[in-house]
Design a protein around this ligand. Structure first.
Ligand code: GUN
Ligand code: FE
Length: 425
């Protein structure tokens, strides 16, 4: 058992932060939370305590949409919209992952940086290449961080060396599943790239496998207007983009993450609601690719689940704190553009998306409630808040989210285990 003392904040619900100033959190030997207290319970008097002093202790970040093989392109190639961006910059970079050595170099750097930025769990797209994807899974496993690893399916409108077939994808997926059988923290996820990259045969096979192995699904949905028109052309029988996944068992039949949803409305919105499909909001990406402003307030108003994703490399940074900031700011643009019809997002709402909502795909993760995994970050914000001793914990967290960075994160925990930078656990 471990007892940690710090200024503790979390969002069991989106409406507000719950704050424990000089609070205590008790964690069992398996890394799960036994209790959260304002004062030390009497029966723990005299036990050893890890005291983080005046620092903040918050749940770790969950990045629910990110492309590991695009890491080398992070922060460049921002001058195009989605489809030409994919063809010009992204597919050529992903083709390099047929080389296992290159993959290993990039994937090690990617996982290290994800950790540095305070993300302890992620839903990740790899590429169509099995050896590289196994390497990505192994890298996560060795660090002790959590991941859903997606071997990507692509069998049309893609360069030859980035293409697999329904058959080869299935065989490779079986190997990935096999290799992860006894892993607690790293698991497979069914990953059609998006409808334009997948033939009906591929989608069919993927839906069957999701059902057979009870695996979650991740993909892209209604990100860009040109993409949506293309999907309509490719799948004329579908009533909407989401329906093109749904008819193959890839839209909520098992837990499903759909990134973007910038133009989701009407029937597609209803289909997401009926099937409890989780939106992954990627505001940095939506800005960089000039995709649009996802109507997140409307999604929340109808009860859709919304998590956050960096979508690197369309997103330019792995920090989910930055993504939170963009999420609030984009919602303020939408508020202004709608003449105040859609209230903008609050900090506790986006924090909840980044922690408890995303974390739900990994079990009980993303909150400090009893029974949850102790996934946490310790924040030393003294150099950004030292001049304002009167600030309360919530204001300190807000300033860290807007002005802080990885240098302020002093400790990282994933399911109770301290994860150190650049080291295998
Ligand atoms: N749609 C299909 N592939 C991609 C990708 O790699 N990034 C983004 N942002 N959208 C996509
Ligand atoms: Fe993406």
């Amino acid at each position: 058992m471990k007892i940690y003392k710090a200024n503790i904040l979390h969002t069991p619900s989106p409406e507000c932060f719950e704050v424990y100033r000089d609070g205590y959190i008790v964690v069992d030997d398996e890394g799960f939370i036994l209790g959260l207290h304002d004062t030390l319970p009497a029966d723990m008097e005299g036990m050893p305590i890890v005291d983080f002093g005046n620092r903040l202790l918050i749940p770790a970040m969950n990045d629910m949409h990110v492309h590991a093989p695009q890491y080398a392109n992070m922060g460049v190639a921002m001058d195009m919209e989605l489809i030409p961006w994919l063809n010009t910059y992204t597919f050529p970079e992903e083709e390099k992952f047929s080389n296992e050595e290159y993959a290993q170099t990039v994937y090690h750097a990617f996982v290290a940086e994800l950790c540095r930025q305070g993300t302890m769990r992620a839903a990740v797209f790899a590429t169509t290449h099995l050896p590289a994807t196994l390497c990505l899974a192994k890298t996560f496993d060795e660090t002790g961080m959590g991941a859903l690893i997606g071997l990507v399916g692509m069998d049309r409108h893609s360069p030859e060396s980035l293409t697999n077939t329904a058959q080869s994808w299935k065989a490779d997926m079986q190997q990935l599943i096999q290799s992860l059988t006894n892993k607690a923290m790293v698991k497979p996820i069914i990953t059609p790239r998006f409808i334009p990259s997948c033939t009906p045969e591929m989608l069919q096979r993927m839906g069957e496998m999701a059902a057979q192995y009870d695996l979650p699904v991740q993909s892209h949905l209604s990100e860009n207007k040109q993409e949506i028109a293309w999907v309509q052309q490719l799948e004329p029988h579908s009533t909407c983009y989401g329906d093109a996944y749904h008819r193959y068992g890839l839209f909520g039949q098992t837990p499903t993450l759909m990134a973007h949803c910038c133009y989701t409305e009407g029937e597609e919105l209803q289909l997401m609601r009926d099937n409890d499909v989780c939106v992954v909001h990627c505001p940095t990406s939506n800005c960089n690719l000039a995709s649009g402003i996802a109507p997140i307030r409307q999604f929340l108003q109808v009860g859709l689940r919304v998590a956050l994703g960096s979508d690197v490399a369309a997103g330019h940074h792995l920090s989910i704190f930055r993504v939170m900031q963009y999420a609030v700011q984009m919602s303020k643009l939408q508020y202004a553009l709608s003449d105040g019809k859609y209230p903008f997002l609050t900090l506790s709402e986006v924090f909840h998306m980044a922690t408890k909502q995303g974390g739900s795909f990994f079990g009980k993760v993303g909150s400090f409630e009893v029974g949850y995994a102790f996934d946490a970050l310790v924040i030393d914000d003294s150099d950004i808040n030292g001049m304002c001793p009167q600030m309360n914990c919530q204001q300190r967290l807000e300033r860290f989210i807007y002005l802080g960075d990885d240098r302020h994160i002093t400790h990282r925990f994933c399911q109770g285990k301290e994860i150190s930078l650049n080291s295998k656990h």
